[in-house]
Design a binder for this molecule. Sequence first.
Ligand code: GBE
Length: 514
Amino acid sequence: MVTSALGTYNVRLYGPPAMLTRQGLPYSGKYFLKDSEKNFTFPVGFLFGTASSSYQIEGAWNEDGKGVNIWDELVHKHPEYVVDRSSGDVACDSYHRYRQDAQLLKNLGVHFYRFSISWSRILPTGHVNVVNQAGIQYYNNLINELLANGIKPLVTIYHWDLPQPLQDLGGWANPVMADYFEDYAYLLFSNFGDRVKAWITFNEPDSFTGGYGTSGYAPTFHAPGIGEYLATRTVLLSHARVYHLYQAYFQKLQRGKLGITLNIHWCEPLTNSTEDIKACERYQQFKLGLFAHPIFSYEGDYPEIVKLRVGQKSKEEGFRNSRLPPFSLKEIDYIKGTWDFFGLNHYTTVYGTSGEEGPIPSISRDAGVITSQDPAWYSTGSPWLKVVPWGFRKQLKWIAQEYNNPPVLITESGYSDLPNEGLNDVGRVYYYTSYMTEMLKAIYEDGCNVIGFCAWSFLDNFEWNSGYTEKFGLYSVDFSDPSRPRVPKKSAHVYSEIIRSRQIPMRYRFWREK
Ligand code: GBE
């Protein structure tokens, strides 16, 4: 039995007694393990999982009373937004195949499964006036099936699929959304909180608030430099509302943990000039700090550099006020400290240099950093994703230093198959073993408080604008077969071996880095 920031888990104990791994005092390994083993063994209580999200795997987009969400709307009205003109209408069909999914997760040996709840499946209008019992039933079944197989649910409340009727009111750009998000969360805690002990309010606000600026994500609302900041503000207040709601009404009885998942690439200065070093610091503050500073820092509020730059640029551009609307002192206080753990999605690294590109106005110009990647870095099936293990360690260290070493749960990290990699996905095996090796260095050598690792993704699935052309799964799925057969890739076997042995296997310790 092991208790960590995610709750209490039954995991096999290897290595030193739990008292040596008290939070904030990571086990150095030196007293119990041979030197050669030290950096390749996971600390006691370290948790493993794998992740998915509702729109990307469930399918059943219009079954049993589900309402329409912004991704249904986007793919149906604008098929050209998705490279293969596909949709999540059927996806992995997990709505009908959750029993098999739970069995596969059990085979994998994961301690927890991270999935998200489809708001429209539970509340077809987006509001609590209509509760779809079939939706509640589906998630009850899934949760019960997981628990029966010894797997803890880690639930993301919002992974990008906003009910369309709420988008019609302006979506996250409209502050009223905080009320509706609180109503929705209240329903989830009341229905599932007796069994779900770990919650994530939002997945990657930096990504989905991009849908209010220049990114191709739903709702593809084009207000660069303005829309993202309006959405950001509402998302932060909504997160805080739900944290306080849980503390006030549910914590005493349900005793769960609640956090948020933020995403960030490591940004390595292109040269060692002061300008490039500062540019990379701005990259961190505009992409991670924008969300993390208000919640995790001692002072709260947006980072100083962000407030300063957006304020200055807005003025130069002829706006009367900053495009980043300020928080009141009361709001700063209300948002500050609303976390039990820090969820981190980390995939890759970029080089950063000082400079401005993109539309006027835009977040990109506000940040003033131009990014690139090294052609020598190992490629994947996604243009943005290069395999750079050392960047992961640097990113973890940055977070530990910036936010006073909070418990960090890696809620996503992963690799997309190269063309024709098939079931023998050695690229993914290299990705996971090398990233985890760097993570262990962050834990043992830098003292970072990393509590668990979650592989993205459980299954090949609908990869947003890339449709089914980018495959992140440990299991492959045949999307041309109506029964959507799932087959483990080599990486699934290796991941399973890692979980069971709690070590990086000997044969994967000596990869040569580029
Ligand atoms: C996460 O996002 C998501 O949480 C998950 O749903 C997704 O499936 C997974 O990662 C894999 O992508 O023109 O190629 O440069 C890049 C990861 C867009 C962060 C992709 C936006 C990575 C942020 C567009 N990026 N994403 S381009």
